[in-house]
Design a protein around this ligand. Structure first.
Ligand SMILES: [Zn+2]
Ligand SMILES: [Zn+2]
Length: 491
């Protein structure tokens, strides 16, 4: 859900030093930017209209059409980011905005103008792919004019509201802190502290941002709401509200937000409510409860802050180590060239990124399975023989039945829900996902548990060990780096 292309664009525009002297050829610079934007627009309209044409010819969206549309959309966002990167670093855009047009030093206007080409290209690409998305979801192309406007508004609102916290922190850091407290940025722990504060802040106020990002309304009272409330009661899950998330029926998704029960919302998209049976919705709801019950959000926050602390303290230790080695060699240490610095920086960045990605991906996939198991449990009867199935919600007196072990029927309900979500979103069941694992592997795992429920204890133990092991590793690294710093061994 995090708008990753926008984050990368922000990083490209503000995170990396780019040439900002006024370009010699102003017209050429503008022509380059416009050309790149038109290129993105042309490709996105071609993709959207071609997909719509193929769907109309066959009468429905085949797996191949869905797949090529998903792949095409991914390539398109990659191309948008690449085109923007080119504008910023080679196309002379920053020079035009800051130099030729003279916006350097202004508050926010310069930042907004720098990022504007990216936002424009993103808007154009959403506009083009909109026709394909609608066709894939089997929606008629009527009232297209109104729909396009609303669709673009929804997408933009979603993308911007979710990066708002980051932009706010960025402005506070660069424009305010820099003026009021110049020494702060020299502090080696500044970044870690800022990111820790940001993490806590984002988790605490994320419900507000989620509601800013998406139009939502409370799930009206009725059989579905009562069913979900019964599941929550049986799980001891406390929340503020269940919200229907309006996506114009374009997205089948659910999520949970907020650490504090008073500000905790479960969001179910409009299309999800339409596409799944009430029992399947209860299973998906159970999956979201699972994330909260196992405290996944808190652990991720701890993990991020821990990694940042290790990185910050580690870089200090490495710098000390380098200085120490330099004193050992009698030869004059060659002056490090800027080029070598860049290469070194890139290597470190890639290595850290890979290590972090591997560990984070593994953890995330484990957590997803843990939530899946919980989702199965809320619709399970607890018996491996599963003699007759039993829908708790048809028997009001069973409202307080505690959550039991997974059973084959419970697994089937959850697996059906998962497969349905994947299919309708155009995701291939076999497609591997870095953060979630493939749908097929998740279902296979649950089916194994259904036949042998006693395996669950081993699985839960395994996840617990990963959590404690990681925490111990992080704590030890911070401790070591701290000790090295404290005793000045390496200084
Ligand atoms: Zn999940
Ligand atoms: Zn059963």
């Amino acid at each position: 859900m995090i708008p990753i292309p926008l984050l990368i664009a922000l990083l490209l525009a503000f995170g990396i030093e780019s040439p900002s002297s006024p370009p010699d050829d102003v017209r050429g610079t503008i022509a380059g930017a416009v050309g790149a934007a038109l290129g993105v627009a042309a490709v996105s309209f071609a993709l959207g209209l071609w997909t719509a044409f193929r769907v109309r010819r066959r009468g429905f969206a085949t797996v191949r059409v869905r797949r090529s549309f998903v792949a095409g959309s991914r390539l398109l966002s990659l191309a948008t980011v690449a085109a923007f990167g080119w504008m910023i670093h080679f196309g002379g855009w920053p020079g035009l905005v800051l130099g030729t047009w003279g916006w350097r030093g202004s508050i926010l206007v310069d930042d907004a103008l720098l990022i504007a080409p990216f936002l424009a290209m993103q808007l154009l690409s959403w506009w083009g792919t909109f026709y394909g998305e609608r066709a894939i979801h089997g929606l008629p192309p009527s009232h297209v004019g109104y729909r396009v406007g609303r669709h673009l508004y929804l997408r933009e609102r979603q993308s911007l509201a979710l990066v708002l916290p980051i932009v706010t922190i960025f402005v506070i850091r660069n424009d305010l802190l820099g003026r009021l407290w110049p020494s702060w940025q020299q502090n080696p722990y500044a970044e870690t502290a800022e990111l820790a504060v940001l993490g806590v802040l984002v988790l605490a106020v994320s419900p507000a941002f989620i509601r800013l990002a998406w139009p939502t309304r409370s799930l009206p009272d009725g059989p579905l709401r009562r069913r979900l409330e019964a599941v929550a009661r049986r799980s001891g899950f406390r929340f503020a509200d269940v919200l229907v998330w309006d996506t114009d029926h374009t997205m089948i998704n659910a999520c949970v937000t907020g650490i504090l029960p008073r500000f905790r919302y479960v969001l179910l998209s409009d299309a999800l409510i339409d596409a799944l049976t009430p029992l399947e919705i209860a299973a998906v709801f159970g999956h979201e409860i699972g994330h909260v019950a196992h405290r996944h959000l808190q652990y991720f926050l701890f993990f991020f802050v821990g990694c940042l602390a290790v990185l910050t303290m580690g870089s200090e230790v490495f710098a000390g180590l380098e200085a120490w080695i330099a004193t050992l060699t009698t030869a004059d240490p060659a002056a490090p060239s800027a080029f070598r610095d860049v290469i070194e920086g890139l290597v470190v960045l890639v290595a850290v990124g890979l290590a972090f990605g591997t560990v984070f991906g593994h953890l995330s996939r484990r957590f997803e399975r843990q939530a899946d198991v919980y989702g199965c449990k809320v619709v399970s009867c607890g018996s491996a023989d599963c003699p007759h199935h039993f829908d708790f919600d048809e028997f009001p007196e069973s409202g307080d039945t505690p959550i039991r072990n997974v059973c084959p029927t419970g697994v089937r309900i959850f697996a059906d829900a998962l497969a349905s979500v994947a299919h309708q979103n155009g995701i291939d069941a076999e497609a591997r996902s870095w953060r979630h694992g493939s749908i097929a592997s998740r279902i296979a795992f649950l089916q194994k548990l259904a036949v042998a429920p006693e395996r669950e204890a081993a699985f839960q133990r395994q996840v617990r060990n990963v959590r404690y092991g990681l925490a111990a590793g992080l704590a030890a690294s911070v401790g070591l780096a701290g000790a090295a710093h404290w005793f000045g061994v390496l200084r």
